[in-house]
Write a new protein. Structure first.
Ligand code: HSE
Length: 437
């Protein structure tokens, strides 16, 4: 091996894979200048090696045989850009077993199988790096792991899914229904292979589970993230929230509560003046607060070929820099050494406390509001604002109530009684508010 050369093998020549190959080829000079070593893409594996990717891949061996990457003696760093749980998990595990450092953009893989893979990587003395898994091109994990290492982290708020942010922005600006905008977002290429991962909040929950574990030094507990998506939000809700001074965003929220962690993903009302509420279109943003640094915010493109590839190649550079003397002095991937990571429980959703936006569809009759308010009062829930926009003698109308801070369990108990009122029609929409974000 030429000691002034680090050899890279690529699994997956899809959108991000092409981006990575493009950086390694087009920015080779800047990479060499920063690294003082040649970074060479020796081989790329994909089921389709015939399609012209618009790149000069003459010096890159294209193969359909994954073993030519994960078991090859002439590959130092494997980049996994297949996505999804399998076969990505098996390939990454096999690459680690064969002593390869691995870089991945696969949030689903890290959220679900990260613990086993980190343990395996530690055992084999290699690195599993995943900056591109959260926030695409935004170096938010590096900030959390390194730049904020002096702090106790107090909260993490993230707009982590470009598809949902694009949909909510368009619904607001153009008063369009959800289904119409979803099709536009899919056409732009931000969406997951299974778009329900985007719109039902699963993609955000993958990313939040990773952020929370890094922020609080705990194990990744993706299955315990409370997850709601945006498919029930209507243009009316967006307009009503706007009239009340709020904007609706799909937010991932993580906070510590002693020896428990709060982790939730749901559409959230944010004051229109807050910084996160200003993040529009397909952009992502992560706000991390620490006890000494206070609020910090990271903003940028959370998806797409070039931004995501940028984060992948930054991980490759970190590993490549450390390789000559081993990688022991790199910051631990999950921000705390494996042995120091704790197993904190997740705060049950009924125990969280926040303010709520409750939208009911009700018959426009005398006494309806009094009956609803009576039930809320009985559950010790105090109201901050009430709004009903339209008057309609025959059809139901939206009645919106904003509550003061209350326990989720109390609100759920009240709503289960409110839905039994004869004047209340359809399923109520409950949205949580975050003024502190
Ligand atoms: N489907 C994701 C999004 C891609 O829309 O943000 C990046 O993880």
């Amino acid at each position: 091996m030429n000691m002034h050369e680090i050899r890279v093998g690529l699994l997956g020549l899809g959108t991000i894979g092409v981006g990575v190959a493009r950086i390694l080829l087009e920015n080779n000079d800047i990479l060499r200048a920063r690294l003082q070593t040649e970074l060479r893409l020796v081989r790329a594996c994909d089921l389709d090696i015939e399609t012209d990717r618009g790149l000069d891949l003459r010096d890159v061996e294209l193969t359909t045989d994954v073993d030519r990457i994960i078991k090859a003696d002439d590959v130092d760093i494997v980049i996994e850009l297949i996505g999804g749980y399998e076969p990505a998990r098996s390939f990454v595990a096999a690459a680690i077993e064969h002593g390869k450092h691995v870089v991945t953009a696969n949030k689903a893989l890290i959220a679900r199988h990260g613990e086993a893979l980190f343990a395996l990587a530690e055992e084999r003395g290699v690195v599993l790096a995943f900056e591109a898994a959260v926030g695409g091109g935004i170096p938010c994990l590096k900030a959390l792991r390194e730049g904020l290492a002096a702090n106790r982290i107090e909260s993490v708020y993230g707009i982590l899914n470009g598809t949902c942010n694009y949909i909510l922005t368009k619904m607001e600006h153009e008063s369009l229904p959800f289904d119409v905008v979803l099709k536009q977002a899919q056409a732009l290429g931000y969406a997951e292979a299974d778009p329900t991962f985007d719109i039902e909040g699963v993609d955000t929950a993958h990313k939040l589970a990773i952020l929370a574990a890094m922020a609080f030094g705990t194990h990744i507990r993706f299955d315990e993230v409370h997850t709601e998506g945006i498919s029930r939000i209507t243009p009316d809700d967006i307009a009503l929230a706007g009239d009340l001074g709020y904007r609706i965003k799909l937010l991932g929220i993580a906070k510590p509560h002693g020896d428990r962690i709060e982790m939730r993903v749901h559409p959230t009302l944010l004051p229109r003046t807050s910084q996160l509420a200003q993040v529009s279109d397909s952009y992502n943003a992560v706000q991390i607060s620490g006890d000494f640094v206070e609020h910090t915010m990271y903003f940028g493109r959370g998806a797409g070929e070039r931004p995501t590839a940028s984060a992948v190649v930054a991980d490759v550079l970190d590993i490549a820099r450390a390789m000559p003397d081993g990688t022991a002095h790199l910051a631990p991937p999950m921000a705390f050494p494996q042995a120091a990571r704790r197993d904190l429980a997740t705060l049950p959703m009924v125990d969280i406390e926040c303010e709520y936006y409750l939208r009911l569809m009700v018959k426009d009759q005398p006494g309806v509001l009094a009956a609803v308010a009576d039930i809320l009062g009985h559950h010790r829930i105090s109201l901050e604002a009430v709004m009903q926009k339209e008057r309609h003698a025959t059809q139901s109308v939206p009645l919106v109530l904003l509550t003061h801070c209350t326990r989720e369990g109390n609100l759920q108990a009240a709503v289960s009684r409110i839905v039994e009122l004869p004047s209340v029609e359809d399923e109520p929409l409950i949205l949580r508010m975050e003024r502190g974000a």
